[in-house]
Design a protein around this ligand. Structure first.
Ligand code: MGD
Ligand code: MGD
Ligand code: MO
Length: 748
């Protein structure tokens, strides 16, 4: 092969498969996979990102830490580059010191983050396996995506939330065939369905919506932005954080007009008698009428009435975006949506009831039953301490302080060492200035990262990690019907090493190499994991090619049929509530939960109630009159690829969407540079004016890299300098990113 020859290979990523052109050891171009009829617009920036000057070139140790173990000043940027062996020696000695002095309870390895696609080189699995091999670590529960739902929904339906979402709720086909009215709280977002964890090869959400429209299905998006649902859907503008009030009013109309399905409630639910006095106002003097709800959510009372009538007269599927539980009291709209669906009596019928997170990632709604497995085993964690994932800053700031979580009360552990691989907390966490203060507490912070992200810039030890394009892997996602051999496209950039190699080197120095590697090279692990996938495929009657064949073919489309209708635990329950009871304490859907009631939480009592968030349009002040939502970015995945995107002329700071009237009031026009601020922080943004956002609401997407410590204003537009770092409630303790009031002011 001549050195100037261009080779094109396929690889998989969270945002879809890509065709990548490689020449002279460089990625020179990338495009979405040609077999995808609705390709996402994310791939093209790959070459610039992979070869960006912000790649970490060599192992780097912060000078103050290296010379005097000084932990103050994280983020000062003064690093010493060291040869790999020396850096690994120093790191292993430090890990051993902390473990031997303070125990494994002093090591935090939650390491939340999406990392990259690829079954073996999954950074989070790698770091967990390594930390388990050295005696364990404090881990985290749940995700920023759905942490709150993961806590509340098992109380209601007796099933894990993710099992409900991925394995049980209706497929697109079933919705297409049966649903008349699709009521989408928070929309079903086309930009979000571009991605799926582990990969998504064919993007089908758009096609299904085209078919829904052709069929004449009524599709109603309820929320702050029209663009949260595909074009052509009806839009009911609604204030963020107020959905529970609207759902209660819909329930009220059903009750008032004799539309409640008591037959369903009596047979399949418990606790409506405890909830009803609240709904009609007997317990608190406030009937939850449409007129009452209008004051909170801004939706006209007559529209609420008409919607309730339509929902009770047609086959209605209520869908709820994950974003609704990513706010203070996020438990309430989730629980209330189930109660509303129960009152409609359609739970367990095809195309009826309630579903969560459609569109949040592109594979939800695909009813694939493909081979599973090929995950790196993480081993046993000898440490049992777990924190809710979004409570990381609280943990670092308040060691030993007790906190409530879903009926338990435990003290935060005293963390001395933090190890992060595959996540970017200085992108994903709320109130970043507070996280920055918390981050100064541990004695040592270690990060494996391909790029000098804001998190890497705040670590004492930074190991340069390869990207998926610099190593071989298996690409496979449970809800996809493709299988990839992800080839090594280019040599490691700089001195980057695979996470596996980094952890193998540390494990060797800490005397646990055998238990970490089990004597396998990366390649041996790939064939080992592939055998696991083959076994799973065989049990489904699906034939996989030999590993070496897959390697030479690069990818195959698997003969996996969609199962429609999908066997649902709720349809089984509907057919036979005594024979197939739910795994709740009552065996029924819990409208009132005795369990939650005994927790005695005023921020999440025994049945759903309207609890206004502390920051939302209803509590707007003269200083902070606007509610900021911070959605996922449409042009990338979180903070990934940002290095290259930020270089594009005019791309940064990020774009802030504002209503025309709010813009006029502030003398703003499209393209203006603004400061977005509140008492927690400030960032710059570029204005886009749009009538497709609710008055009083602004939207600033996540993902711009957070700047340097001490900057009064974040230059790139990271909304997390403004968001509030509180749990959703003592029950869920999830991320409350969508709860934030701000003001916007023109700069210059
Ligand atoms: N305001 C606000 N904040 C939010 C949200 C919101 O809605 N609003 N959403 C939240 C949600 S749902 C999520 S999921 C989080 C996402 O937050 P994260 O998952 O932390 O975001 P990513 O940018 O995907 O971070 C992944 C990091 O892993 C690195 N990486 C990639 N591949 C590898 C690898 O092979 N090895 C190593 N060592 N590193 C690798 C990437 O360079 C990147 O820095 O953000 C949360 N934050
Ligand atoms: N392109 C792209 N796609 C992604 C990601 C990405 O980074 N990039 N990230 C993925 C991840 S990790 C996740 S968890 C999912 C997240 O999926 P979601 O949580 O569904 O998505 P978000 O973009 O956070 O929010 C969607 C919309 O919800 C609306 N919203 C906010 N608060 C409220 C509220 O209180 N009520 C109502 N009715 N609406 C509200 C906002 O207008 C916002 O635009 O997206 C995934 N998809
Ligand atoms: Mo997420």
């Amino acid at each position: 092969m001549s050195s100037a020859e261009t080779k094109t290979l396929i690889t998989s990523s969270h945002w879809g498969a890509m065709e990548v052109d490689v020449r002279d050891g460089q990625i020179v171009a990338a495009r979405p996979f040609a077999g995808d009829a609705n390709p996402p617009g994310i791939a093209n920036i790959l070459p610039e990102a992979v070869h960006h000057s912000s790649r970490v070139a060599r192992p780097s140790i912060r000078r103050a830490w290296l010379e005097r173990r000084d932990r103050s000043g994280r983020g000062d940027g003064d690093y010493v580059e060291l040869p790999w062996d020396e850096a690994l020696d120093i790191t292993a000695t430090e890990i051993a010191r902390i473990r031997d002095t303070h125990g494994n309870e002093a090591i935090f390895g939650g390491s939340y983050g999406w990392s990259s696609a690829g079954r073996f080189h999954h950074a989070q699995s790698q770091v967990h396996r390594f930390l388990n091999a050295i005696g364990g670590y404090v881990k985290s529960f749940g995700s920023y995506s759905t942490g709150c739902a993961q806590s509340i929904m098992p109380h209601v339906f007796g099933i894990s939330f993710l099992k409900y979402t991925y394995e049980s709720q209706d497929s697109w086909q079933t919705i297409h065939d049966n649903t008349d009215t699709l009521v989408m709280f928070g929309g079903i977002n086309p930009k979000n369905s571009q991605v799926s964890m582990g990969g998504i090869t064919e993007h089908v959400t758009k096609d299904w919506f085209d078919r829904f429209a052709a069929k004449g299905m009524t599709r109603i998006n309820i929320g702050p932005q029209r663009s949260d649902a595909p074009k052509g859907c009806d839009w009911i503008p609604c204030r963020p954080g107020s959905d529970t009030a609207l759902m209660l009013a819909l329930a009220y109309v059903l009750e008032e007009e004799g539309r409640t399905d008591y037959g369903f409630l009596n047979r399949y639910t418990v606790g409506f008698d405890r909830f009803r006095p609240y709904l009609i106002g007997d317990s608190d003097g406030q009937p939850k009428t449409p007129e009452w709800a209008e004051q909170h959510c801004g939706v006209p009372a007559e529209d609420i009435r008409a919607l309730a009538q339509r929902m009770s007269e047609t086959r209605t599927l209520i869908t709820v975006a994950w974003s609704l539980q990513r706010g203070e009291h996020g438990e309430q709209p989730y629980w209330m949506s189930a109660v509303l669906a129960a009152m409609l009596g359609q739970i367990g019928l095809p195309g009826g009831g309630v579903g969560y997170g459609y569109g949040a990632i592109g594979s939800i709604g695909k009813a694939m039953n493909g081979p599973r497995g090929a995950s790196l085993p993480q081993g046993e964690n000898a440490v049992k301490t777990t924190i809710p994932v979004a409570r990381v800053a609280d943990m670092l700031l308040q060691p030993g302080e007790p906190y409530d979580f879903n009926g338990t009360r435990a003290p935060y552990p005293d963390i001395r060492l933090v190890y992060w691989a595959g996540g970017n907390p200085f992108h994903h966490h709320q109130d970043l200035n507070r996280l920055h203060r918390a981050w100064q507490q541990p004695e040592t912070v270690i990060v494996n990262e391909p790029w000098w992200t804001a998190t890497a810039q705040r670590a004492d030890i930074v190991f340069p990690a390869t990207t998926p394009y610099e190593r071989e892997d298996i690409g496979r996602s449970d809800l996809d019907d493709y299988l990839f051999f992800m080839p090594q496209l280019i040599p490691p950039v700089g001195e980057a090493r695979d996470d596996y190699e980094i952890f193998s080197g540390l494990a060797r120095r800490l005397g646990v190499e055998d238990s970490f590697t089990e004597g396998r090279s990366s390649h041996a692990w790939l064939t080992h994991l592939y055998a696991d996938l083959e076994t799973s495929a065989q049990s489904l009657g699906v034939e996989l090619p030999e590993f070496e064949t897959l390697k030479s073919r690069n990818w195959v489309k698997l003969p996996i049929a969609e199962t429609t209708p999908r066997p649902s635990f709720l349809s089984r329950f509907r057919n036979d509530p005594d024979g197939a009871p739910l795994a709740t304490p009552s065996g029924r859907i819990e409208i009132f939960s005795e369990t939650i009631d005994t927790f005695d939480y005023d921020d999440c009592p025994g049945h759903p109630i309207w609890l206004p968030p502390s920051e939302w349009p209803g509590s707007a002040t003269a200083e902070t009159p606007l509610h900021m939502v911070s959605p996922q970015p449409g042009d990338k995945l979180h903070s990934q690829l940002e290095a290259a995107l930020a270089d594009k002329t005019g791309a940064r700071p990020e774009t802030l969407v504002i209503h025309p009237d709010d813009a006029v009031e502030r003398g703003l026009s499209a393209g203006d540079l603004v400061k977005v601020f509140n008492s927690r922080g400030a960032c710059r943004a570029r204005v886009a004016v749009s009538a497709d956002i609710t008055l009083g609401v602004v939207a600033l997407p996540t993902g711009a890299w957070f700047g340097k410590p001490g900057e009064a204003i974040d230059p790139h537009g990271n909304p997390n300098v403004l968001t509030k770092d509180i749990g959703t409630s003592r029950l869920g303790q999830g991320c409350s990113a969508h709860t934030a009031l701000v003001e916007v002011e023109k700069i210059g």
